[in-house]
Design a protein around this ligand. Structure first.
Ligand SMILES: [Fe+2]
Length: 402
C-alpha cells in the first residue's frame, strides 16, 4: 500500500524504549514482506510478545484446500457457486475451487460470526476478498474495518482477524496470493501517489478504526492456515488485539468496487484499463485483478461494445459475476457464477452478442464482475470445483449458435 498510516501510539524512532502504559515497556513487532525489504508495519504490543503460546500447537482435522482434478481434459469451466451451501464460520466454510503455484480461488459463505475468542490467520497467503453478500466488521490487531457488499477487503498474510457479521449470512470470493496484493505500480508516480490518470485513488481506501488494546488474559485460539491448507491451532494466553499503536504500509484495507473509476474510449477498451490490483511482477508473473463495472461503452458509430474473441496464451482467466447484466454472457451466467478459461483455449461472447451489443453504443453499462488474469501461471480446478461445474458449458457457444 502506498499510504503510510499511524494509529495509536508508537515511538517516533523505531526500536527505542517506549512505555505505552506507565512502567510497562511496550514490545515491538515488525509485520513485514519480502524479508526486511518490502512493505511492513511496526506494531507496539502492550506488554507481551505475540509468541507467547500457552499450549502446544495442534494440527486440526480441517483442510482448507481440495485435491486438484487429475487427467482432466483442457476445458472451460462454469462454476455455479450459488449452489455452494452457507455454512458455519468464514474459515470453516472455505471451498477451494482453483489453484496455482502462487494464486488460488475459494468461496466462503458463512452463517456465523467468528467465536469471540477464536481468530483466523492465513499464514501462507495474502488475501483479497470480494464481498458478494453481507456486511459487518473485519476485526484485527490493526482495528475494526467495516465492510459491505461490493467491496474488496485486502488482508496481508499473517494478519490475525475475525469476522463479526451484521447480516444473517455472507458470501465472499477469496483470492489468495503468495505475493502481496496491491495497486498496480504503473498507477503510481515516483513519489508513490496515484497518478492523475489512474482509475484508482489511494485515499479512497478504508483503513481500520483503531481500538484501545485489549489487556485480557484467557485462552485465545488462532487458527493458522499453512502448508497448502492445513490448519494449526495456536493458543495464546492473552488477547491478540493488544496493540498500543502501529504504523506502516502493511495493514488490512477495504476498497469499494464503485471507486474504480472506469476509463472509456471511443472504441472498445481492453481489460487492463479495468485493473484494480495486482500481485507479483505482473505482467511477467503473478496476476492482475480487474473490476468490470459501470462505464460508457464505445461511442464510435460502428463500435462493437461486446468484447472480441480472445486467446491470451499466457493468462488463465477467472471471472466472478456479481450480477448477470454482462452482455457477453447473458443467459449463461448466474449471480455468483465463476467462469474459468485456461490459457490453452480462446474464448468469446456467445451467439449474436456482438450484434446485440450495437444498441449499447455510448450508453452506461451496469455490470459488475471481478476478473483475475494470471501471468505465466496455470490454475487447475479442484475436485471441489467439479461439484459445482456445469458440464454443458464447453458446448454453450455451439448451443447459442442454434
Ligand atoms: Fe476473457
Amino acid at each position: 500500500m502506498p499510504l503510510i498510516v499511524k494509529r495509536g501510539e508508537v515511538p517516533k524512532t523505531p526500536h527505542t524504549e517506549f512505555y505505552g502504559r506507565k512502567n510497562i515497556l511496550s514490545l515491538e513487532e515488525i509485520h513485514g514482506t519480502y524479508g526486511f525489504s518490502g512493505a511492513f508495519s511496526r506494531k507496539m504490543h502492550l506488554r507481551r510478545y505475540p509468541t507467547v503460546q500457552t499450549e502446544s500447537p495442534k494440527l486440526l482435522p480441517l483442510s482448507l484446500t481440495s485435491p486438484l482434478l487429475q487427467n482432466a481434459p483442457l476445458s472451460p469451466y462454469h462454476l455455479l457457486t450459488g449452489k455452494i451451501p452457507y455454512q458455519e464460520t468464514f474459515e470453516c466454510s472455505r471451498h477451494c475451487l482453483l489453484k496455482g503455484l502462487t494464486a488460488s480461488i475459494s468461496v466462503s459463505k458463512p452463517l456465523l460470526s467468528s467465536p469471540e475468542n477464536e481468530f483466523f490467520r492465513n499464514a501462507e497467503r495474502h488475501e483479497c476478498l470480494f464481498v458478494q453478500e453481507g456486511n459487518g466488521i473485519l476485526a484485527s490487531e490493526y482495528g475494526e474495518l467495516k465492510f459491505k457488499e461490493r467491496q474488496y477487503l485486502v488482508i496481508p498474510k499473517g494478519t490475525t482477524y475475525q469476522f463479526r457479521l451484521s447480516t444473517k449470512r455472507a458470501f465472499f470470493l477469496i483470492i489468495e496470493s503468495l505475493y502481496p496484493i496491491r495497486f498496480a505500480p504503473h498507477y503510481l508516480n515516483s513519489d508513490g501517489q496515484a497518478t492523475l490518470m489512474s482509475p484508482v485513488i489511494e485515499t479512497e481506501i478504508g483503513i481500520p478504526d483503531f481500538k484501545e488494546p485489549l489487556d485480557i488474559s484467557g485462552k485465545f485460539n488462532i487458527l493458522s492456515k499453512h502448508n497448502d491448507g492445513q490448519v494449526t491451532k495456536i493458543v495464546l494466553g492473552h488477547h491478540p488485539f493488544d496493540l498500543i499503536g502501529w504504523e506502516g504500509a502493511l495493514y488490512p484495507f477495504s476498497f469499494d468496487s464503485s471507486d474504480h473509476h472506469s476509463i472509456a474510449r471511443e472504441i472498445h477498451t481492453a481489460p487492463p484499463v479495468r485493473q484494480t490490483f495486482q500481485a507479483g511482477n505482473a505482467p511477467h508473473s503473478g496476476f492482475s485483478i480487474c473490476t468490470f463495472r459501470a462505464q460508457i461503452e464505445g461511442w464510435n458509430p460502428k463500435d462493437v461494445p461486446a468484447p472480441y474473441a480472445h486467446y491470451n496464451v499466457d493468462s488463465d482467466e477467472m471471472m466472478f459475476f456479481s450480477n448477470t447484466t454482462y452482455e457477453a454472457r447473458k443467459g449463461i451466467v448466474e449471480p455468483g457464477s465463476i467462469t474459468f478459461h485456461p490459457a490453452g483455449l480462446p474464448h468469446s461472447p456467445h451467439g449474436d452478442a456482438a450484434k446485440k451489443s450495437f444498441s449499447s453504443r455510448g450508453k452506461l453499462s451496469n455490470y459488475l464482475a471481478v476478473m483475475l488474469d494470471t501471468f505465466f501461471e496455470s490454475l487447475q480446478p479442484t475436485k471441489e470445483a467439479l461439484k459445482y461445474h456445469d458440464p454443458q458449458y464447453p458446448l454453450s457457444w455451439a448451443r447459442a449458435q442454434i
